[in-house]
Design a protein around this ligand. Structure first.
Ligand code: ADP
Ligand code: MG
Length: 339
């Protein structure tokens, strides 16, 4: 009787694992933008064609990679960001799993051009099916340019799951907005099929929000800013009268990472309780910063969910901070005395 179990070849294992990190063009966009941020770039350009199905390219002026790293970065579990398990609780980078580029290399045709500022020549690498098909020294601007072409060209079933270009582009823009929102001190641009969608000069958070969400926000934002020893919260909430009937622009960031949290959303809703009709939704963009030891980011491959060591404190704090910011809008009962 032959044995039944076989070890999968690396490139198939990589393709399977890639499914966790990259479901659609937007997930690749997120990973590549975050890598550029982690590389210390001050200018980050995103270029996509056919909503990212044909091309996703990110060009940054960050620290670049040397020849060895340029090759190693496509290996699974290859990361410069953590060294040991304890580091998971001191994360101050967007990435740390060392899985994104391995996934990218498993499901698209990749071209990398990268140069460290101190090097004269850069490195050019081409990858297909997780294997390097070409590598050579090249002239390159300092920083990194990475292109992924024909996403899922080798996983047709997954390619068939992609939605229309309009729908996929909406997701791409959502991811772009989340990263660009968290780093208003960096320049970002987005070009789709040769047309500029965003060109975001560096500026204040408020300027960035207006650029990203629309100029009507100029007069609709109320600043939120509170600090304790445990955590810091800053950002903006919408004036009560601008609340909408549809859940619109609601963003939480924890240590600059966009997260989804029904729990914290509830905290904000509580703060608006008497100010807006029960069936409407306020806008908010809130940045919570706390010691990385107080959170676990390694809950989900996309890192959009995190665990707080003490969720209740964060809830209470968010609610209080938003309430405080909105105090000017509450109708305080006044007592009148007839003398
Ligand atoms: P992670 O970001 O979790 O470390 P990735 O697969 O996204 O894993 O990237 C692997 C490594 O490649 C990173 O740790 C980093 O050292 C390097 N790298 C990736 N993108 C860039 C970039 N744009 N500039 C410089 N280095 C990069
Ligand atoms: Mg990464």
């Amino acid at each position: 009787m032959p044995d039944n179990i076989q070890l999968l070849p690396d490139h198939i294992a990589n393709q399977i694992a890639a499914g966790e990190v990259i479901q659609r063009p937007a997930s690749a966009v997120k990973e590549l933008l975050e890598n550029a941020v982690d590389a210390g770039a001050t200018e980050i350009r995103l270029i996509v064609n056919d909503a990212g199905k044909a091309l996703i390219q990110v060009i940054d002026n960050g620290k670049g990679m040397n020849e060895t790293d340029a090759r190693l970065c496509f290996e699974r579990h290859a990361t410069s960001k953590i060294r040991q398990i304890e580091d998971l609780f001191h994360i101050n980078t967007m990435g740390f799993r060392g899985e994104a580029l391995a996934s990218v290399a498993a499901v698209s045709q990749v071209e990398l051009r990268t140069r460290r500022h101190s090097d004269e020549l850069g490195t050019y690498i081409e990858i297909e099916n997780s294997a390097v098909v070409r590598q050579e020294p090249c002239a390159a601007a300092p920083g990194t340019s990475i292109s992924m072409k024909n996403l899922f060209f080798n996983v047709p079933a997954r390619r068939n799951f992609l939605k229309s270009n309009a729908a996929e582009m909406r997701h791409v823009i959502d991811e772009f907005i989340r990263v660009a929102m968290a780093f208003p001190q960096l320049f970002f641009s987005l070009t789709h099929n040769g047309q500029q969608v965003f060109h975001l000069d560096r500026g204040s958070l408020k300027q960035r929000l207006v650029q990203l969400l629309g100029s009507h926000y100029n007069s609709r934002l109320v600043s939120v800013q509170e600090q304790t020893d445990y955590l810091n919260i800053q950002g903006f909430v919408g004036k009560p009268e601008s609340a909408k009937k549809t859940r619109g622009d609601q963003y939480f960031f924890v240590n600059n990472r966009f997260i989804r949290s029904a729990y914290l959303n509830h905290a904000v809703m509580q703060a608006y309780q008497d100010l807006i009709p029960g069936d409407s939704f306020p806008a908010y963009v809130l940045f919570i910063d706390l010691n990385p030891e107080q959170i676990d980011v390694n809950v989900h491959p996309t890192k959009q969910e995190i665990k707080f060591e003490d969720e209740k404190i964060v809830y209470a704090f968010v609610q209080a901070a938003v309430k405080h910011a909105l105090a000017q809008f509450s109708i305080t009962p006044t007592l009148e005395f007839d003398i």
